[in-house]
Design a protein around this ligand. Structure first.
Ligand SMILES: Cc1cc2nc3c(=O)[nH]c(=O)nc-3n(C[C@H](O)[C@H](O)[C@H](O)COP(=O)(O)OP(=O)(O)OC[C@H]3O[C@@H](n4cnc5c(N)ncnc54)[C@H](O)[C@@H]3O)c2cc1C
Length: 641
């Protein structure tokens, strides 16, 4: 413990040993040998404060990265367990892999899933709050079943097998609830960025707003122009941008224009081609953060066109997708219709998968009753069960027993509660984050390790704030607030979904969960640099700082509606995801994406001996269906061996 700590900047003040003392208090108090999960009080969804990649989940992996883990780790002790399959990573990809493997190998196949977090589901994270005798649910990560491209037959098949009828969504969502109270999307202009704190109508229909009728949209534009604290010049720029049918690249064919737009950011397009002033650039800047984790300084103008950003009406661009477009920016009606939101987001998918794998751990029988089911964490890792999920366990080494070409087994070593254990398995699927794999699987070819390492993820902060009521939102007529200069860029009232005995908040006097989203990017730099710097920022930000910023932002935004943070906020869960979305390729920096050729994810996901590689990273696609598709492929590969 007295050893000098290097690279402190990554560590948020945590020391780099695997000792029990470093466990977060909620795990420490359970006693380590019995396994904290065995306690009836063990129920991570209700924990508040810093969640997502919570303290206690990442220290071991970071010490591996820094090359210090094995200095302080004891000799691995074999548990004596032998499995047909060990899956590293208990997110949707890992859980799906276990599911597909059992379908292929039979229900008696023995499977162990390891995850470093205190809960299963990976990014599909459930948050619960208690408001009096009412339970409120929130999503701590994955929000919904949605994808820019249609779900594959495989991914759709799994959703159906889990009993989710996506077409029934309209039965559960109260689509008109907020509209019936006169609420609509707003923009919060902050004084640091725009000179004054002010709330104005959000006129952007598709990007950052809701789909509206043309009349409502025209009305929204009118209100925006009246209310926004922008200069007359900026308002004139806005009207010109939205209304004009100028061709800003005259004399070029549609393909030539798209090729140019793919290589310039939307901010450059706005400033240099449309020649709007800096106020409008600042206004639009944060809009795409929820999709890409960066603003329009790092999103190609071609992608902005695909997303429906203004300025392209007179450009005569062929509506077919252009070369190098990000899949999020390619509109697809079939995909847009395929949408389903559970109150805890896609944590319900993870919970349904767990029910399939270990029925005793998740009471109930339908995709509706899973919403209120209380998971029994004590049942996740039972010797009597063919499938076991071992939480709070970080895989630290995965290697074949002998020559990978002929080995019959893989040894998987993991750290849990300060000790290092090993198990053996006929196969291993690495469904964890790709950047971790080179540190735990040394025997992979160097080229593959480089490709895996290049998949550094997009950092995100998904914060859930439980409020006593939403009267201030009602008074201000706001249900979704875009804050281009805010600490959190988006603040949304919970999507009103009632399902399986769970009732959403229907009256402004009732408690509710408000969802806030931040991407800690650094505009002006290449996307990957922005993500790297943002990841460090998230690691180094304390909960107290996040909380102070939430209180400040909500007070300034909602104060004129009577909001008092001290009185109205009842709990905060900040889901910190320094390793968030899978990195998706970007035509501004990833040449292969624009010009063709092998992509890093294709190199990264090659099977190696008895090891296959899953995770959404394997498709460079930050969606649930990607995680499922990659699990299916990985299982197919090991079944072949
Ligand atoms: C904040 C957020 C919101 C999102 N919203 C949506 C959405 O609305 N819709 C959608 O379709 N997709 C969404 N996505 C993307 C979607 O969540 C992911 O594509 C998908 O859930 C990823 O699943 P996965 O299993 O591949 O990875 P993960 O969920 O990341 O699971 C991998 C697991 O492996 C664990 N792990 C890593 N290293 C080790 C190790 N050494 N030992 C043990 N375990 C390890 C990780 O901690 C993690 O728990 C969102 C992602 C984020 C981050």
């Amino acid at each position: 413990m007295s050893r000098e700590i290097t690279r402190r900047d990554f560590l948020n003040g945590f020391a780099l040993a695997v000792g029990a003392a470093l466990l977060p208090p909620h795990l420490r108090s359970f006693g380590l040998q019995a396994g904290p999960e065995q306690s009836p009080d063990y129920y991570p969804p209700t924990l508040t404060g810093l969640r997502g990649s919570h303290p206690g989940s990442f220290e071991v992996a970071h010490s591996l990265r820094d090359g210090t883990f094995w200095e302080s780790a004891g000799k691995p002790e074999s548990t004596g367990e032998v499995y047909d399959l060990v899956v590293v990573g208990g997110g949707i990809s890992g859980l799906s892999a276990a599911h597909y493997f059992r379908k292929a190998a039979g229900p008696k196949a023995r499977v162990l899933i390891l995850d470093n977090h205190d809960d299963f589901g990976g990014h599909a994270k459930r948050n619960e709050f208690q408001a009096g005798n009412r339970r409120l649910l929130g999503f701590g990560g994955t929000f919904s079943i949605e994808s820019p491209a249609p779900y594959s037959a495989v991914a759709k098949g799994l959703i159906e097998e889990l009993g989710i009828d996506v077409s029934s969504y309209s039965k559960y969502v109260n689509k008109d609830l907020y509209r019936s109270f006169g609420l609509s999307p707003k923009i919060f202009f902050d004084k640091e960025t725009f000179g004054v704190d002010a709330l104005a109508t959000n006129p952007m229909p598709r990007i950052g707003g809701e789909n509206e009728t043309e009349r409502a949209q025209a009305h929204a534009v009118d209100s925006f122009l009246n209310e926004a604290p922008l200069s007359e010049q900026a308002k004139a720029d806005y009207v010109r941008l939205v209304v004009d049918k100028n061709d800003y690249l005259p004399g070029l064919s549609s393909d030539e224009k798209k090729a140019r737009l793919a290589r310039m950011s939307y901010n450059t397009f706005l400033a240099d081609l449309v020649k709007v002033g800096p106020e409008l650039v600042k206004l639009f800047q944060a809009v795409p953060q929820s999709l890409f984790g960066v603003g329009f300084d790092a999103v190609a103008a071609q992608d902005a066109w695909g997303l429906g950003a203004p300025g392209f009406r007179g450009m005569n661009l062929n509506p077919a997708p252009g070369k190098g477009m990000n899949r999020d920016a390619v509109p697809n009606e079939e995909a847009e219709r395929y949408f389903f939101h559970f109150p805890d987001g896609n944590a319900s998918i993870a919970r349904l998968l767990v029910r399939r794998l270990i029925p005793e751990a998740m009471p109930g029988a339908s995709s509706q009753d899973v919403v209120t089911a209380r998971a029994n964490y004590a049942k996740l890792d039972q010797g009597s069960s063919a499938v076991r999920i071992r939480l709070n366990s970080t895989a630290v080494r995965v290697r074949h027993e002998g020559d990978p070409a002929s080995a019959k087994e893989v040894e998987i070593t993991y750290a849990r509660a300060g000790k290092v254990h090993s198990v053996r398995a006929a196969h291993c699927i690495l469904a964890c984050w790709h950047v971790v794999i080179p540190y735990i699987c040394d025997e992979l070819p160097e080229k593959q390790k480089d490709a895996l390492a290049s998949a550094a993820k997009v950092p995100l902060l998904y914060t859930n704030v439980a409020l006593r009521n939403w009267k201030a939102f009602q008074k201000l007529g706001a249900n979704a607030i875009y804050a281009p200069g805010g600490y959190h860029s988006y603040t949304n009232l919970d999507l009103p979904v009632s399902i399986g005995g769970y009732e959403c908040s229907r009256q402004p006097e009732e408690p509710i969960v408000v969802h806030m989203m931040k991407t800690p990017c650094k505009p002006g730099r290449p996307a990957r640099d922005q993500h790297r710097i943002g990841r460090m920022e998230l690691f180094n930000t304390t909960f107290e700082t996040i909380e102070r910023n939430i209180r400040d932002q909500l007070a300034r935004t909602l104060g004129p509606g009577g909001f008092d943070p001290a009185r109205d906020i009842t709990a905060i869960t900040a889901n910190r995801w320094p390793h968030g979305y899978s990195y998706e390729y970007n035509s501004l920096w990833d040449k292969f994406w624009l010009e063709g050729g092998e992509t890093p994810c294709e190199v990264a996901r090659q099977p190696f001996g008895r090891i296959a590689i899953a995770n959404a990273d394997a498709g460079a696609y930050a969606y649930t269906d990607g995680a499922i598709d990659q699990a299916y492929r990985a299982v197919g590969e090991i079944i072949k061996t």
